[in-house]
Design a protein around this ligand. Structure first.
Ligand code: UD1
Length: 370
């Protein structure tokens, strides 16, 4: 008997998580995959390019929800996904990460009594001002199977009263994508590096509402970046949300005019990974990049007060700078001056998380047979 796993993705950070899982589902006899793209991210640079780079098969359906406020976007996914679930009648709905599409899919599936599996369960920043934190907590409470990427996630879930027989520590599925794509990524990154001088470079990514939606905060960050001149080039692939804010404040052109700063469009998965792998450091407010940098042994400075990935900090691969941008300069200088060897990545960043997840899903679905 064939079992159908319906996976729901919507935004850029979902794609590198689902790719290796879909590959293993396709290789497992008795499992059928149905892929829903909510359309939360719709730009080719944030979506189609990632499907291409990560060799994700075309989605079976795109709900085309687009952008909107949290309520509107989440509600639109719920409204459009419900009839799809009623029609396909999957045996399980699989969601990854913590974006609005993740939450919306978990709520709709749970109310239709379809079991939910959540990949990257148990991550917590304990900061409820982050929309992602709310998405994580609600998704986890509704999930029948919770796949955890680092040990502390198991502790969080058990403290929240999730029965332990639902929790599986499987490792970081994003790193599966990194290990698979790295040779191609290094080639893709080399073509951009060819356009740079031979000086070391840092990568900057910035898109958290807490950093980019407050004009004063964004202006302070830009002011600090401008003081980072010197031999370190700064590559800044700009998220559309951030570009909008920078342009409306007249800051985009100011940064672009700086001799050491290279403004870039949002990069594809391979280009970004290839550049990250050879960067001297990365300055970011992203979640996933903290883990990717730890695996690639690239020092990471995180422009946030909290992280849901504390293991990267405890091993010494990542430093939380907080949101005061004056911390950037001294931290960058510390990294450049350091002679410490990079920390060894956590053992569960081994490239086999997806294999474990699909094996567990398969066994669990087998056990549900009437
Ligand atoms: C979303 C996720 C965030 C993730 C990020 C990665 C939520 C709550 N947030 O944030 O966790 O880290 O994706 O990128 O789910 N836009 C475009 N093109 C697109 C999509 C968006 O230009 O394809 C612009 C629109 O102006 C939109 C804005 O970006 O209003 C924000 O998009 P949205 O999907 O709401 O959130 P992100 O900031 O991308």
């Amino acid at each position: 008997m064939t079992r159908t796993i319906l996976s729901v993705v919507g935004a850029r950070p979902n794609f590198m998580k689902i790719a290796p899982i879909l590959q293993h589902i396709h290789q497992t006899p008795g499992l059928r995959s149905y892929l829903v793209h909510t359309g939360q991210h719709y730009d080719d640079r944030l979506s189609r390019q990632f499907f291409h780079d990560l060799e994700i098969p075309e989605a079976d359906i795109n709900l085309e929800v687009g952008s909107g406020g949290h309520g509107a976007q989440t509600g639109e996914v719920m409204k459009r996904l419900e009839p799809v679930l009623q029609q396909i009648e999957p045996d399980l709905v699989l969601v990854v990460g913590d974006v609005n599409s993740t939450l919306a899919a978990a709520v709709v599936a749970a109310k239709l009594h379809i079991p939910v599996a959540h990949v990257e369960a148990g991550l917590r920043s304990f900061d409820r001002r982050m929309p992602e934190e709310i998405n994580r907590v609600v998704t986890d409470v509704l999930s029948s199977l919770l796949f955890v990427s680092e040990p502390v996630g198991v502790t969080h879930l058990t403290h929240e009263g999730i029965p332990t027989d639902r929790i599986f520590l499987v490792g970081d599925v994003m790193i599966d994508s990194v290990t698979r794509a790295l040779p191609r990524a290094l080639k893709a990154g080399a073509s951009i590096r060819g356009q740079l001088s031979d000086d070391p470079y840092a990568i900057l990514t910035l898109h958290r509402p807490s950093n980019v939606d407050d004009p004063a905060q964004l202006e302070r960050i830009v002011g600090q970046l401008e003081t980072l001149a010197g031999p370190l080039q700064l590559l800044f692939p700009v998220h559309p949300r951030t570009e909008l804010r920078l342009r409306s404040l007249g800051l985009y052109d100011r940064l672009a005019a700086h001799p050491s700063i290279r403004m870039l469009p949002p990069l594809g998965y391979l280009e970004f990974l290839g550049l990250l792998a050879n960067a001297r450091l990365v300055l970011t407010d992203s979640g996933g990049i903290q883990s990717e940098a730890a695996y690639l042994k690239v020092p990471c400075l995180t422009l946030r007060d909290t992280t849901e990935r504390p293991e990267t900090v405890t091993i010494g691969a990542n430093r939380l700078l907080g949101t005061d941008p004056t911390a950037i300069g001294p931290a960058v200088r510390d990294v450049l001056a350091s002679r410490e060897p990079p920390p060894v990545p956590p053992a569960l960043m081994d490239g086999f998380a997806a294999q474990r997840i699909v094996a567990i899903l398969n066994t669990w679905l087998e056990a549900q047979r009437p």
